[in-house]
Design a protein around this ligand. Sequence first.
Ligand code: FES
Ligand code: FES
Length: 165
Amino acid sequence: MTRISVTVDGSTYSDEVEPRMLLVHYLREVVGKVGTVIGCDTSNCGACTVHLDGVSVKSCNLLAVQADGHEVSTIEGLARDGVLHPMQEAFRACHALQCGYCTPGMIMQSLDVVRENPTPSEEEIRKGLEGNLCRCTGYHNIVRAVEQGAAAMAGSRTADVMAGE
Ligand code: FES
Ligand code: FES
């Protein structure tokens, strides 16, 4: 067993884990972040996507020990005081989910797309999400949601600047 210390959604956890434990299993089974889900065993669905130090990763593709000393953000850390993050709200408003199983990973990956490019084109969104699979929606509404979420995030950044934050 190896002791690791990982900050997840702003709280720091210190746990003994087996060196072979995957990060997604650590998040779900040890930390209790079951909003991060497992959709495949081949690292190609993206349902398990989280951010490691602000950059999206497939948490089934990393060991928990590789997150030692790092910050992980999951879908569960996005809402603030019961208010959905603009990207979550955009997915809701655009009906960008049906069963919702891919949605945590889609939203975390979408945020990474917008982090790299705050005003992505439709083509750039589709390219950015190519590692995330949805078995329900056909992607059209997901792309619309990312466009709307990106616009809302840009708007709130502008509002923050105007408010002097
Ligand atoms: S569960 Fe990680 S990519 Fe499918
Ligand atoms: S909404 Fe069902 S897999 Fe995407």
